[in-house]
Design a protein. Structure first.
Length: 359
């Protein structure tokens, strides 16, 4: 039985990448050492982290005045690091689009001497759309958005114009899956475990003039310290960075970010069309805000959702259950997820619907 992994993260990786990583576990490039054993100060690893950064810069067209940081702690640590570094004594503005935006807002509120203001929210429509940002305080430290809500399946297809107020984005679940321009942001951050590699690595892309000028009480939480030490103030997540490099090589090999976006659009359109044409399944998200990478859908009946999940799992569609906070189903079809997996899911959904219609 073929298994298709719809996990929201850690998520599916390209088979080629997994095979390359496997071959390096015992002996990396004839060094006699495992990739897991390389010193982060060795020439072998320094070559890996340098190539990883250069590939990322090439694929995302990152301007020279941005620093690339390879960090740990997931996007969740960035929820606190961001205001701690650049918003003390200032106002931080947030757009609330769902579960992860709410977590970022809650974390920022706990940072001393930071005033948090929610400037737009789609909570009134159950987080099924992207709200319009009204007037902004020009003196604010930044505006924060979550470009793709992993749980709710809501995504920005056009980045808002925030004028002279720096724009910051949590891009965890559509990193390398969009056609955004890096220069439209003062900072981008993303956990790697959805589109870039295994859990344990967080990428921060930060404009140099947005780096903090005041020291942070903890060096590990200080962007300036991390940048000055080339992401190696302490031992970085070496294996995760190595796998990220392999994933970036794969992205380049298949045609770059533009080709990945095209493939994701094709996969998403196939599934959304099936949902929209169905008499049983429906999407809770407004069409103009639908995610390309995380697609929730429901039958409208909790028991029927449960039955679908049971049967789908038995048929090899793993991790199709929706997040516990919203229920239903969710198909996470990140960059490495194959088109044939979506095709198989659509066929299964249609067969399930037909069976229910006959009962």
């Amino acid at each position: 039985m073929t298994v298709y992994n719809f996990s929201a993260g850690p998520a599916v990786l390209p088979t080629k990448v997994l095979e390359q990583a496997q071959s390096s576990l015992v002996d990396y490039q004839g060094s006699g050492m495992s990739i897991l054993e390389l010193s982060h100060r060795s020439s072998l690893f320094l070559a890996i982290i340098d190539e990883c950064e250069q590939l990322l810069r090439e694929l995302m067209k990152i301007p020279k005045n941005y620093r690339v940081l390879f960090m740990q702690g997931g996007a969740s640590l960035q929820f606190s690091m961001l205001p701690l570094n650049v918003a003390r004594g200032k106002k931080a503005l947030y757009v609330n689009t769902g579960a992860w935006a709410k977590k970022a807002i809650a974390a920022a509120k706990k940072v001393p001497n930071v005033t948090v203001e929610v400037v737009a929210s789609s909570e009134d429509d159950s987080f099924t759309s992207v709200p319009t940002i009204a007037e902004l305080d020009p003196e604010a430290a930044y505006v924060h958005i979550t470009t793709n809500e992993t749980i709710g399946g809501v995504s920005y297809h056009q980045i808002p114009d925030t004028g002279n107020v720096p724009l910051v984005a949590d891009m965890s679940s559509n990193f390398l899956s969009n056609d955004y321009r890096v220069e439209d942001f003062a900072m981008i951050y993303a956990g790697a475990q959805k589109n870039l590699g295994p859990a344990g690595l967080t990428v921060v892309i930060i404009r140099e003039d947005f780096l903090n000028t005041e020291e942070v009480f903890a060096p590990m939480l200080d962007y300036r310290v991390q940048a000055d030490n080339q992401s190696m103030y302490n031992t970085p997540p070496t294996f995760a960075i190595y796998v990220a490099k392999l994933v970036l090589e794969w992205v380049k090999e298949v045609g770059g970010v533009a080709e990945v976006v095209k493939r994701n659009e094709e996969k998403a359109a196939l599934l959304y069309d099936a949902i929209d044409q169905s008499q049983l399944f429906s999407s809770p998200v407004a069409k103009e805000a639908r995610s390309l990478t995380n697609i929730p859908f429901v039958t409208g009946q909790a028991e029927l959702d449960k039955l679908f999940i049971q049967q789908a799992t038995a048929a090899g569609f793993e991790n199709i259950k929706g997040h516990r906070s919203v229920g239903g189903m969710r198909a996470s079809i990140y960059n490495a997820f194959p088109l044939e997996g979506v095709t198989a899911l659509v066929a299964f959904m249609q067969a399930f619907e037909q069976e229910q219609g006959e009962n």
